[in-house]
Design a protein. Sequence first.
Length: 158
Amino acid sequence: MDIQEKTDKALDALRNAKAKSFLNDGASEEVIKITNLVLNKYHFADMPADYAHLLLGANGIMGPYFTLLGLGPMETANGGLTSYIVAETREFNKFADEDDDKPLVLGNVSGGALLIHHDGKYRLIDESSYDEFNVYDDIADFITGMIEMKDKARAATS
């Protein structure tokens, strides 16, 4: 199974999970290309191919315990707005040296964690200390891992 199929299966699993999730409509390839140009303008890497594919299916996700950022602000359940990839990445890297390899911020997880993409991996890091506590090979593994965590928590309380 290629990474696009794996990502599509993860999105389907999220849509069909017992825990409610909110998925925005997908973005267009043109908007993804423009966002990559903006990221490059600020000396960031392009979005990973699997994340760009995810955005075609859902341009921003609020799932069990996590939010995956889209290409623009998303409305939250309480009427507020979440930030988006370019803004969060710029904020996260504002003190980084220009020559540093800068991670992309792609989401956050309940409890004060950020999901970043760095060195070809998706990494969960503590928002305050930047300590890393989980690494995923691709965005599909992250999504399915979060669904499994929610299912285990639900089963433990039943």
